[in-house]
Design a protein around this ligand. Structure first.
Ligand SMILES: NC(=O)c1ccc[n+]([C@@H]2O[C@H](COP(=O)([O-])OP(=O)(O)OC[C@H]3O[C@@H](n4cnc5c(N)ncnc54)[C@H](O)[C@@H]3O)[C@@H](O)[C@H]2O)c1
Ligand SMILES: [Zn+2]
Length: 333
């Protein structure tokens, strides 16, 4: 298969390129980082790149939490305008297979259960609660403590920040494209991806990158909130493999199929910091109680659909992956 990998020079995209080539496919990188003319928002450039292509693996995006709303237009431009231009060019070129880098951020807060009310959906946390160190969202009906559970693909969308909104819009655009063209679209909703080549800390980086970058400076990783927020850390090679199997399998035509792509082995952010610090041989993490508005408390995936339908399974365990990440290089080091 000849696959155009947008964002193919990025953290995840470069691992996707490697995985595809290992499996005997041809991967073409289309990334503005590598070539200033390779911008997904440029219809002519995308049109040229699609010549002879069987499928598109769309990783290109502006990532991270950014700075609130000041850079909203830039997120919408790269992520949504970029996706729209790409899809229109695919329709024109007759390319009918798309795998999209989705994200668990479309869910907002994860799934929670109240002892009295069953499954509930807490809203965004109030600043007053966060300032007072009350990090756990409470039951919206009775105010009682909740227990976090695993989010399935049919959970309602609830994007909580600009980036999340653009990731959700990408899926809606891809679904519209699939309906109009009879194409098949898969969104792999990645959870917290980490591993070799992860970009160093910027306002756009993931939490594992902050910790790893602090250790590289000889500093203690700073853990926000109380460190007990739960995430599903999934290794970048496993995510790359999920892209390859999704491209090979194809999906139902005329629709978008979404899959959670997580390890299925949730850990707390504090555990990530400690495991990484031990593996690096650096200072112990400090739990600071700071918070970022727009962060969610717990978000962990039920990725059984991806396993059952596409036969994918994660190969890199948490301890092993974090040990490797402690030694591996990061982008920008
Ligand atoms: N890293 C994670 O934990 C995570 C989690 C969920 C989803 N994702 C998604 O995975 C994808 C890849 O993210 P990443 O972590 O590898 O980030 P990254 O920044 O390393 O890679 C993104 C790449 O896209 C390229 N790009 C951005 N705008 C472009 C444009 N207009 N035209 C062409 N190329 C453009 C960038 O140059 C970059 O190389 C993104 O779609 C992101 O939303 C990542
Ligand atoms: Zn309740």
């Amino acid at each position: 298969m000849r696959v155009l990998v947008t964002g193919g020079a990025g953290f995840i995209g470069s691992h996707v390129v490697t995985a595809l080539r290992k499996r005997g496919h041809e991967a073409i990188v289309f990334d503005v980082r590598e070539d200033p003319a390779a911008d997904v928002r440029d219809p002519a450039a995308v049109g040229r790149a699609l010549a002879g292509v069987d499928a598109v693996c769309h990783q290109a995006a502006k990532v991270g939490l950014g700075d609130g709303v000041a850079d909203a237009a830039d997120y919408v431009s790269h992520n949504d305008l970029g996706t729209a231009v790409l899809l229109a060019a695919m329709a024109e070129a007759g390319v009918r297979t798309l795998v999209l880098a989705g994200s668990m951020v479309v869910y907002g807060e994860g799934r929670y259960g109240c002892a009295r009310h069953g499954v509930v959906r807490p809203g965004p946390r109030a600043v007053a609660d966060l300032d007072a160190g009350r990090f756990e969202p409470a039951c919206p009906l009775c105010g009682q403590d909740l227990s976090p559970g695993l989010v399935r693909e049919d959970a309602p969308a609830d994007p909580r920040n600009v980036y999340a909104t653009t990731k959700l819009a990408q899926e809606h655009l891809a679904a519209a494209w699939a309906r109009c063209t009879g194409g098949s679209a898969v969104s792999l909703r990645y959870h917290n991806v980490y591993g070799p080549g992860m970009p160093r800390d910027t306002p756009y980086a993931g939490v594992a990158s902050f910790f790893r970058s602090a250790l590289a400076r000889g500093q203690a990783p700073r853990v926000f909130e109380d460190g007990r927020q739960r995430r599903d850390f999934v290794h970048v090679r496993d995510v790359a493999a999920a892209n390859a199997v999704a491209l090979e399998a194809g999906a139902a035509p005329g629709a978008l199929t979404a899959y959670n792509a997580g390890s299925g082995d949730p850990h707390t952010v504090g555990e990530m910091a400690r495991t990484l610090a031990v593996a690096y041989g650096g200072p112990e993490p400090v739990v600071t109680g700071e918070y970022r508005l727009g962060d969610v408390r717990h978000i962990t995936a039920d990725s059984s659909r991806l396993r059952a339908e596409l036969g994918w399974k994660p190969e890199v365990g948490f301890e092993e992956g974090v040990r490797e990440f402690a030694r591996a290089g990061m982008r920008g080091e």
